[in-house]
Design a protein around this ligand. Structure first.
Ligand SMILES: [Zn+2]
Length: 421
């Protein structure tokens, strides 16, 4: 068999909801490459985003291919069928070479009698004292504990197996990259749980190259991390140690790495992430999506005139539909509605006032994370505008693409992959 398609050490997921920013996004990776960091772009779009926008997976592939060709990018790139399930994977099969198998909804579902016990019997090495290189305190578990944790996750693991095998049927083994995601759930997975999940995925024959657990703390869309930073750092390092251990112990792909979802704008985490990667000599996948859409609004506003007017109109529309827009994202946003300015107020704003409120510059007193989160989930309003919105993107392409590139490079790739401290 040919060498399996392998995800590179550092990869960065970008979302391009309206399929107009692929070049601007790729330019950020080129800037990182020029300065010595090879970060592979992965264009991701979930079924939910496609449904909201009314787009097709073929469009994501075309936009990525075109950008790569136009800019002469010689390194690899991938197109990620993001957060797919058994019932949504099919339409992505001809277009994606990266699959994020989302099994969060299967966590805690009942499994066949005896299968958790069978897992615990098969994996006696997981009970007792487990010494993992890089973790100071050995894990201390019992057989009953292993069985309980297996009972919680086996149904999700079995579902991952089903979806993986469906993709194999269509694309052939080794022709795509597999990620397993469990982040869209209420409770974080602890490092000992991650070890059991990985052992079970290995048993199930899923050769995953990245895994997206739910970490401790809040990963709200488009704004910084909210939570106990020291605890996140400890957990992140333990997860890295668990992965290195599981790769050896269970024969998982050697490049298996963590995937950080809702990874955009988590500025306070990038230092701890970078130190952890250096310590373990390992890679990471960081997934972002909506941060680029927000730069489209920033670019429109910055352009002034009709661009600013459109940005104001989108805000007014988002405010009017706040309940409907926020509902599907409840676990990943925290909006204090009393901090949202009225549409009348925003309509009086200058380009500078609008940009200051929206751009993620925590040092700017005018920055408003509530307005930013509302607009983050408000892309449906722009989607409803249809051609009128796309025309505005083309009319203000220079201003927008400058913001898209700068946001990804300055605020994301640089602190994650290039800073030395
Ligand atoms: Zn996710």
């Amino acid at each position: 068999m040919a060498k399996p398609l392998t995800l590179e050490k550092y990869s960065f997921g970008v979302g391009d909801r309206f399929a107009h920013q692929a070049q601007a996004q790729l330019r950020a990776c080129m800037m990182a490459a020029e300065r010595g960091a090879e970060v592979i772009p992965v264009w991701n779009k979930s079924n939910r985003e496609h449904l909201t926008i009314g787009s097709e997976p073929a469009g994501t592939r075309t936009a990525a291919d075109k950008a790569v060709q136009a800019l002469g990018w010689q390194k690899s790139y991938h197109v990620d069928a993001d957060h797919i399930r058994l019932e949504t994977v099919d339409r992505f099969l001809p277009h994606s070479d990266f699959y994020t198998i989302d099994v969060a909804d299967w966590i805690g579902k009942a499994v066949e009698a005896g299968s958790a016990g069978g897992f615990a019997d098969r994996h006696s090495e997981l009970a007792g004292r487990i010494l993992i290189p890089g973790i100071e305190q050995p894990f201390q578990t019992t057989r009953a504990e292993v069985e309980r944790i297996a009972g919680k996750y086996l149904s999700a693991v079995e579902e991952a197996g089903k979806i993986y095998r469906r993709i194999v049927e269509a694309k052939g083994k080794g022709n795509f990259i597999t990620e397993v995601s469990m982040d869209e759930t209420d409770r974080p997975q602890t490092p000992p749980e991650l070890l059991i999940i990985l052992a079970a995925l290995a048993d199930e024959g899923v050769p995953l190259q990245t895994i997206a657990p739910k970490f401790t703390g809040r990963f709200n869309k488009g704004v910084d991390y909210v939570g106990d930073l020291a605890r996140f750092e400890r957990e992140f390092n333990e997860d890295l140690a668990v992965i290195a251990f599981a790769v050896k112990q269970y024969g998982l792909p050697a490049n298996l790495k963590l995937s950080l979802h809702s990874g955009s704008d988590k500025f306070s985490l990038y230092g701890p992430v970078r130190w952890g990667l250096a310590r373990f000599g390992t890679g990471v996948h960081v997934k972002t999506a909506g941060t680029t859409w927000l730069e489209e609004i920033i670019g429109l506003a910055e352009a002034g005139g009709s661009g600013l007017a459109l940005a104001q109109e989108i805000y007014a529309g988002a405010l009017e539909h706040v309940d409907e827009l926020c509902a599907p994202y409840a676990s990943v946003i925290d909006i204090d509605r009393t901090k949202l300015p009225s549409a009348t107020t925003v309509n009086t704003w200058s380009a500078e006032q609008f940009v200051s409120a929206l751009r993620h510059d925590p040092g700017n007193k005018a920055f408003n994370p509530h307005l930013r989160q509302l607009l983050h989930v408000g892309y449906k309003i722009a989607a409803k505008m249809g051609e009128r919105y796309l025309e505005a993107l083309r009319a203000h392409a220079d201003c927008i693409s400058r913001n898209v590139t700068a946001n990804l490079y300055e605020r994301h790739l640089k602190p994650l992959f290039l800073d030395k401290k």
